[in-house]
Design a protein around this ligand. Structure first.
Ligand code: GRF
Length: 227
C-alpha cells in the first residue's frame, strides 16, 4: 500500500508526534513524516524529530506581518515536502481559511476533551472545573471553527475526585497516543468519508453495546445498602 506523507505541526512537548513516530516504526501506521514544523524554537518536539532523523523547521509567527503570510509559508513548506495530510499535534496557532483552502479536508487535530464539550484551550481544566465524571479526547477534521470539525474517533476516560489538571491530562494523553495514529491509519487506508458533520468509517467494527458509569453503579448500590 502507498504510504501517505505527513506534515506534523507542533508547538510543545510533542508526545503525540512521538506516538506517531513509534507507530510508524512498529509498522502500525503506513505513513512517512516528511516534515515537522514548529512555531516555537524551544519545543521539545524538535528534539524528538532530530533524534529520529526527521526533517524539521522552525517558523516563528512573530516574524510575519499577519496570519495569512505565516500560513502561506507553512503551506509552501508542506507542498515542497509533498505532504498529503497535515497533523496538528499540540500546535498552538489557529489555522487560517487560506490554509484550510490549501488542504481541504486534509488537516487533522486532536483535542483533549470529548467535543463538543470544552473546546479551545485548557480542555482538561474546564472538564475538571465543570465536574464531569468522564472526559477524554477527540480526533477530528479541522474546519474554520474552533474544534468544530467532523469527528473521526473519541476515547473516554473517567474523572476521579482526587484528580488534578495534570493527572487527568496524563490519563487523557495515554488515550491520545492510541487514537491519533489509528485515525491517521484510517485516513491512509482511504476509509473516511465526510458526510455533512459526520465521518463514515468504511468497514469499522461497531463496538459492543456498553455503558460506563463513574462511580460504578455497583458501588452506589453497595453504599445504599450500608446506610
Ligand atoms: C495534547 O493534549 C493535545 O490534545 C493538545 O495539545 C497537547 C499536545 O501534547 N492539542 P503533545 O505536545 O503532543 O505532548
Amino acid at each position: 500500500m502507498k504510504k501517505i506523507n505527513l506534515g506534523v505541526l507542533v508547538s510543545g512537548n510533542g508526545s503525540n508526534l512521538q506516538s506517531i513516530i513509534d507507530h510508524i516504526e512498529r509498522s502500525e501506521l503506513d505513513a512517512d513524516i516528511k516534515i515537522v514544523i514548529s512555531n516555537n524554537a524551544s519545543a521539545f518536539a524538535l528534539e524528538r524529530a532530530k533524534k529520529n532523523h526527521i526533517p524539521f523547521i522552525v517558523i516563528e509567527h512573530a516574524e510575519f506581518p499577519d496570519r495569512d503570510q505565516f500560513d502561506q509559508k507553512m503551506v509552501d513548506i508542506l507542498r515542497f515536502h509533498s505532504v498529503d495530510l497535515v497533523i496538528l499535534a499540540g500546535f498552538m496557532r489557529i489555522i487560517s481559511p487560506f490554509f484550510l483552502r490549501a488542504y481541504p479536508q486534509r488537516i487533522l487535530n486532536i483535542h483533549p476533551a470529548l467535543l463538543p464539550a470544552f473546546p479551545g484551550l485548557h480542555g482538561q481544566k474546564k472538564a475538571l472545573d465543570y465536574g464531569v465524571k468522564f472526559s477524554g479526547c477527540t480526533v477530528h477534521f479541522v474546519d474554520e471553527g474552533m474544534d468544530t470539525g467532523p469527528i473521526i474517533i473519541q476515547a473516554v476516560v473517567p474523572v476521579y475526585e482526587g484528580d488534578t489538571e495534570d493527572s487527568l491530562s496524563q490519563r487523557i494523553l495515554r488515550e491520545e497516543h492510541r487514537i491519533y495514529p489509528l485515525a491517521i491509519q484510517l485516513y491512509a487506508e482511504d476509509r473516511l468519508t465526510i458526510i455533512g458533520r459526520k465521518v463514515q468509517i468504511r468497514c469499522a467494527f461497531e463496538s459492543k453495546e456498553i455503558s460506563l458509569h463513574n462511580p460504578p453503579i455497583t458501588d452506589i448500590n453497595h453504599l445504599k445498602e450500608s446506610f
